[in-house]
Design a protein around this ligand. Sequence first.
Ligand code: ZN
Length: 255
Amino acid sequence: MGVQHVRALILSDIHSNLEALEAVVADAQERGGFNEIWCLGDTVGYGPDPDACLDLLRPGVSGLGGHQLRIVVGNHDHAAVGKMGVEEFNDAAAAAARWTSSRLSQDHAAFLSGLPLVITQGPFTLVHGSLRDPLWEYLMSAEAALGTLKRLTTRFCLVGHTHIPFICRENGGFPKFVEFTEDQVFSLGEERWIINPGGVGQPRDRDPRPSYAIYDSQPATVERHRVTYPIAKTQEKMRRAGLPPPLIQRLDHGV
Ligand code: ZN
């Protein structure tokens, strides 16, 4: 019995941006395809297409077909299904969360409501924010990285939430953030790493192009790529939906 060859498309913070998601999927298909999608939360919120994004991701509903989906919940997903209030959101995010709640199909809302905070899969742990605070912590400092590494029971941890890509090496107890360089293939070894693939639907590293990663189990590597997508089309849908202008404008700037 051979070990299954896994090619996982690693996505985070899709944020109801269908054009960005479609561009990422098409790019990954051209790069050799994938048999799993690992989604790190905030699938909805901010953007104009919550149902269509979930339609694309969910096996059984998806036109993609054939892939395994492993998906954790994010803070915006919880807000959209009423599992938390929007008091901690800024005005634009709160307005978008209310709009999303009003649009989301019952089936997709039930799906999001049932998602776990953390998934372990082989040598990987998937979580939205951090293992110390799965929904809310922005993992951006060595101190925060230590908080997660202390709780990590697998070799690698995949996080999102900041919409900013990085690799953080454990480095003998002194976590070190290094650039998760675009289009470079990184070999996974014995050292424990925390990896952020960047954001699909609302990048925040001053580059408006959606960012995502691919994990290949044979050999064990991760690589990160970016794609272009028709931003104006998404923005026009947001205008028609009456979503807050700052959320529309920021897509141009990657902030
Ligand atoms: Zn997010």
